[in-house]
Design a protein around this ligand. Sequence first.
Ligand SMILES: Nc1ncnc2c1ncn2[C@@H]1O[C@H](COP(=O)(O)OC(=O)CCCC[C@@H]2CCSS2)[C@@H](O)[C@H]1O
Length: 335
Amino acid sequence: MRYLASSSHDIRTNLAIETYLMEHADLTEPILYFYINDPCIIVGRYQNVKAEINQDYVDQHHITLTRRTSGGGAVYDDLGNVSFSFITKDDGDGFGNFKRFTAPVLKALHAMGATNAMMSGRNDLLIDGKKFSGNAMHVENGRMFSHGTLMYDVDQTQIAQALTVPTDKLASKGIKSVRSRVTNLKPYMAPAYQHLTIEAFRDTLAREILGVADLSQAKSYPLDDVALAGVAELNQRYFKNWNWIYGQSPAFTVKQRRHFDAGTVEFQLNVDAGRIKTVTIYGDFFGAKPITPVIERLTGVKYERQAITAALAPLDLTAYFGHINSAELIDLIVA
Ligand SMILES: Nc1ncnc2c1ncn2[C@@H]1O[C@H](COP(=O)(O)OC(=O)CCCC[C@@H]2CCSS2)[C@@H](O)[C@H]1O
């Protein structure tokens, strides 16, 4: 087996490296690839971002958002998490791959004292009934990767806040995440492994899985300039591209109704490929002007606070909605 530990903490770059290796690497031998990310959320390929994350919280806390090419739900990582990936030829094992590729990781964790760590269901690793690893895979052209998280010392309050959508007003067909009770591995490890830096945790895992006493003995898989150019291109095309992150979301509708002192307003939006397709507004108190310019300005705009605020900025909203505070109206639209 070959070995690579990414020196980047950028989730988008790290996913681009993984995809590059899956598409182009010599896979005569599998590659074991590890990466550690700054605070980020990774949604599954078929998910609706807006139905999975608290966008305002994510923005305020500078959490990087991206979409991966594998299926499954949304996870939160930070510098307390190690992600592992086995990049190999596809042998047609389907979901059996989860068992095959989590087995060496479990074995390594057992050796480090987390003896009760086990696989559960199709793609979770649990300890003490709580999840510490979610797994997903991507298969393409006879090649594949199976990747998973490992929560060693993740900030769990961030998980709860960042992955909780503050509204239930959104009807969406995307794959829903399976919310679980989660735990960090740290307290379950043998004392010698409870106070490791995240890099030392990763390196210990790598040594156990590769069966080497020192990582200098591992067969590495360095990235040359051609690979790095390919990684940058994939990053541009997918992992940091708005059209991939938001635009891949399945169509959804938002229905929001609120009572203000001045009366009731209801917005109904159809959002497709991340953009507002149609808008219907109901109200029992509208101001003097017909509502059409509001609808026109919202149509085609990205369904996000900043874009909606900018689209409506040229209008004096009181002319359409009477004495309703425009910030409150925008809150209502972005749900
Ligand atoms: N970092 C992390 N590790 C384990 N479990 C997590 C994590 N973050 C959130 N969760 C929990 O998992 C569910 C979602 O579970 P669900 O089963 O819906 O999704 C997954 O597990 C997907 C795993 C993808 C792994 C990739 C590997 C490299 S890049 S991302 C979420 O609601 C939380 O309860």
